[in-house]
Ligand binder design. Structure first.
Ligand SMILES: NC(=O)c1ccc[n+]([C@@H]2O[C@H](COP(=O)([O-])OP(=O)(O)OC[C@H]3O[C@@H](n4cnc5c(N)ncnc54)[C@H](OP(=O)(O)O)[C@@H]3O)[C@@H](O)[C@H]2O)c1
Length: 245
């Protein structure tokens, strides 16, 4: 029986590229997201591309009441369960400063929502003793920067959670991959000028699938971000606090 992938935040640009590649190899997909019209269209396209199943399910990271139906749909589909988390949001830091209530949404979308969902799925993953969890963080989570430190804090929290989840699920035979992209050409970065080493979503999806196959723990994509972030993390705080990067 083919694998089943829950894709949280399936309408994300990167998730779309990832889902198309899974469909082309015949995997089943549970497309979890907020925009049902877009998910319906996606399901049709993925079925035509070869998905053994492509099922839209309503999911809102800020509404834990929506989580169980996603897991139920995946279990009903059968096959080895895998989870890929693409959900996230990145309002401008200035917008957050103007409306502190936005903090809660940013943390829910990138950290507490996905973490709570994975906590719900944990017993199923542990019991099946195989499968993969892909969690998309960000290089922004590696160090708090002037321009987006609330988003960065949410991604840092999620990365720490994934590290612990890897420690736990690795013992049961389930692989946990943390993905740390630099800037990617998607809806999230539209209109932002001068972002360095911009990656294309298709290339990021290829990198993720290669890392899943190899059993990589932490993937920086593009790869140049691994040495860059090693340097950025090594800068002493007394110097870093004066930098504008
Ligand atoms: N693009 C980059 O430069 C970059 C860099 C590093 C990391 N990332 C991360 O990569 C992941 C994918 O992002 P992307 O670049 O593909 O951007 P995107 O196209 O804007 O995707 C964001 C996704 O998150 C979903 N989402 C946001 N809040 C949600 C909520 N409360 N409940 C359910 N879904 C919600 C969006 O759904 P709707 O369609 O309903 O809005 C959309 O599917 C994100 O976690 C992002 O933080 C992106």
């Amino acid at each position: 029986m083919s694998d089943t992938w829950i894709v949280l935040g399936a309408t994300s640009t990167i998730a779309g590229a990832f889902a198309r590649k899974l469909a082309e190899r015949g995997d089943g997909l549970i497309l979890a997201g907020r925009r049902m019209d877009a998910l319906d269209a996606m399901a049709t396209d993925l079925t035509e591309r070869g998905a053994s199943r492509a099922e839209p399910v309503s999911f809102d990271a800020r509404d834990p009441g929506s989580f169980a139906a996603v897991l139920d749909a995946a279990q009903a589909a059968g096959g080895t369960l895998n989870v890929a988390v693409f959900v996230g949001s990145m309002p401008e830091q200035s917008a957050i400063d103007a409306d502190p209530a936005l903090v809660d949404g940013v943390i829910a979308d990138s950290f507490t929502g996905p973490t709570r969902f994975l906590t719900l799925a944990l017993p199923v993953l542990e019991a099946q003793g195989k499968g993969t969890v892909v969690g998309v963080g960000s290089v922004a989570g590696d160090r708090g920067r002037l321009g987006n430190y609330v988003y960065g804090a949410a991604k840092a929290g999620f990365a720490t959670y994934l590290s612990g989840l890897r420690n736990r699920l690795g013992r049961a035979g389930v692989h946990v991959l943390t993905v740390k992209p630099g800037p990617v050409d998607t809806a999230m970065t539209r209109g932002m000028e001068g972002l360095p080493f911009m990656a294309q979503p298709e290339a990021v999806a290829d990198d993720i699938l290669r890392a899943v196959a190899k059993g990589t723990n932490v993937l920086y994509t593009k790869r140049i971000w691994l040495p860059i972030m090693m340097v950025i993390r090594a800068i002493p705080e007394r110097v870093f606090k004066k930098m504008e990067i």
